[in-house]
Write a protein that binds this ligand. Structure first.
Ligand code: FAD
Length: 309
């Protein structure tokens, strides 16, 4: 059995594995895709002390750093069930391939995925104008025209944030009203360079083969189709935590995020969590790494306080 089993190999999982392994304890990482969301990222400019890097480059650096230590990396392994510790004091993680792993402590770091619009052009122009994270990619659109798709809190926060950087923001909301908090809507309405379009269903991302040049939306009331010329599209229709497999075993929030305390502890003894799959307020690489380190130190603290040899 492992002392620490990390499930997920993104920034949070990599940091957790390194912090655990440096304590000289038996550490394993099971990950569906080592590297996580970082693999889907192009420019990264907010990983402090590294002025600019690219996702695949950072992902391979994560893996190389973990491999410096005695960590059992089980890549391309998807966890399907967690069984809290019984009399033997071991938490069990079952994998899709039928295997089952046992560990004294488990760190859940399965991350999240952005909900996509699923319209033509979205995948083709991902990272070429189609973006999901305003904190990450906002500055790349300085002085340009962008749209924010989604009028919930995250969409309106993104629109307010972007309005200070870009030349113009068009907010497209599917519903007949914005769903964001009133205070955010009031702030949005006070900005001169934002336009809100309600009842708008985005149907296509347009591009010139290299970059986004616009989008098409349908007015759900009139039924007519409109074209907006722009350089960027921020899709803000939800961030889905990869926690479906934990339902019924670990306490989740209404949005499916693993509920943790400030030490990364979940409601299940010996089970910790870190990164985008948790209730942590902001979802960023540097924050996920800090959380992974916290969870590993908490797991170690748990181990030295528990009686099992
Ligand atoms: P993830 O990176 O999501 O990693 C999750 C890991 O868990 C993966 O290895 C995955 O395969 C694995 N996994 C999931 N489910 C299972 C399962 N059931 N069993 C086993 N393994 C599983 N952040 C920044 O700070 N700066 C940026 O510039 C930036 N740009 C971004 C651009 C894009 C396009 C995207 C999508 C995100 C960007 N982010 C950026 C956000 C950043 O990538 C995330 O905050 C960060 O990767 C979260 O790390 P994590 O380890 O919590 O989760």
């Amino acid at each position: 059995a492992f002392d620490v089993l990390v499930v997920g190999g993104g920034p949070a999982g990599a940091a957790a594995a390194i912090y655990a392994a440096r304590k000289g304890i038996r550490t394993g990482v099971a990950a569906e895709r080592f590297g996580g969301q970082v693999l889907d990222t192009m420019a990264i400019e907010n990983f402090i002390s590294v002025q600019h890097t690219e996702g695949p480059k950072l992902a391979s650096a994560l893996e190389a750093h973990v491999r410096e230590y005695e960590v059992d990396i089980m890549n391309l392994q998807r966890a399907t069930k967690l069984v809290p510790a019984g009399a033997d004091g071991l938490v069990e993680v079952q994998l899709e391939n039928g295997a089952s792993l046992k560990s004294k402590t488990v760190i859940l770091s399965t991350g999240a995925r952005w909900r996509q619009m699923n319209v033509p052009g979205e995948n083709e122009y991902r990272n070429k104008g189609v973006a999901y994270c305003p904190h990450c990619d906002g500055p790349l659109f300085k002085g340009k025209r962008v749209a924010v798709v989604g009028g919930g809190n995250s969409g309106i926060e993104a629109a307010i944030d972007l309005a200070g950087i870009v030349s113009h923001v068009t907010v497209l909301e599917f519903d007949s009203k914005l769903r964001a908090d009133q205070v955010l809507q009031a702030k949005l309405n006070s900005l001169p360079n934002v336009k809100v379009v309600l009842n708008a269903q985005t149907t296509e991302v347009l591009g010139d083969g290299q970059r986004v040049t616009g989008l098409v939306y349908t007015d759900r009331v009139g039924g007519d189709s409109h074209r907006v010329e722009l350089e960027g599209i921020f899709v803000q229709i939800g961030l889905l935590p990869n926690t479906e497999w934990l339902r019924g075993s670990v306490e989740l929030s209404g949005r499916g995020e693993i509920i943790i305390d400030d030490r990364g502890q979940t409601n299940v003894p010996g089970v910790f969590a870190a990164g985008d799959c948790t209730t942590v307020p902001y979802k960023q690489i540097i924050i996920a790494m800090g959380a992974g380190s916290t969870a590993a130190l908490s797991a170690f603290d748990h181990l030295i306080r528990s009686s099992a040899p």
